[in-house]
Design a protein around this ligand. Sequence first.
Ligand code: ATP
Length: 323
Amino acid sequence: MMKNARKIAVLTSGGDAPGMNAAIRAVVRKGIYHDFHVFGVYHGYDGLLNGEIKEMALGSVADIIHRGGTVIRTARCEEMYSAEGQEKAARQLKNHGIEYLIVIGGDGSYRGAAAIAKHGIKVIGIPGTIDNDITGTDLTIGFDTAVNTVVEAVSKLRDTASSHERAFIVEVMGRNCGDIALKAGLAIGAESILVPEIAFDLAEISEKLVRGYRRGKNHSIIICAEGAGNVWEIAEKLKQHSGFETRVTILGHVQRGGAPSAADAVLGAVMGGKAVDAVLEGKSDIMISHYLNQIVDRPLDLAFGPRTPFDSRLYELANQLAI
Ligand code: ATP
């Protein structure tokens, strides 16, 4: 059978996230299933500018669905911010006869894709970041795994927290987004959850700590999103207000790593597959999105608009449960 002469490419950009490999695999396998030539662009836009573009065979994505990170690597690339860099990126793709670029990453990566689209390449974004901070999608690939990593880490901290009868303040990732803190905090029954989206009063939180200890609690876990403030200062103020020993744990990059949860592996596979569907339908300047519990495509520039409102009802519930 004659192979489809059409060529598509996939790249990962920005921070890596568990489940990206499942998405890469889906693009490659479903692309080949539909007779496309599928190319992997290595090292994000940096690699694109340097021509690190290789055709991917079925076997090139074998044994990766369960691995964290991204097998085609990722990078941040200064040159892509310039008009020359963007034009060069499109030229590299055209030189390879590539019609479509599928970009797995965050909103910065989407901006790079949108710039390339202005030079005649069709582009599709797939949301890949643990932070869940992309407008236009309710879920990003990697978020669920990161939340699970926090839950697992806190269960270990709990043992030492209760043995020493201390308050642990656990800083989690998310940049300016409190979603990891909110979901993980709710999952572990945190005494308090501090997020950048909602103002908090440390004196009130201290009183809650004191009330808890009076009721017989032998430890407390406070989840603090990295964007909520300086965790060391927060810990110090809580200690001063409450008189309790506080300990800070910054979970850091462990939240980015590890095998994807089943939910993220599935999300990656479904989003990658949906991107190839969009190629077949000739769509461009779109992102694949988890929207109202369905995987759909939506305009890429939604990601550049105002942020999705924080789920303050869920936050309120978490507070009510940790009374
Ligand atoms: P994460 O949320 O994991 O950080 P991200 O995609 O938002 O992912 P960025 O560092 O913002 O991460 O962007 C990744 C890369 O995308 C940048 O290094 C740059 O090459 C490109 N990029 C970002 N913003 C733009 C822009 N405005 N124009 C062109 N390219 C951009």
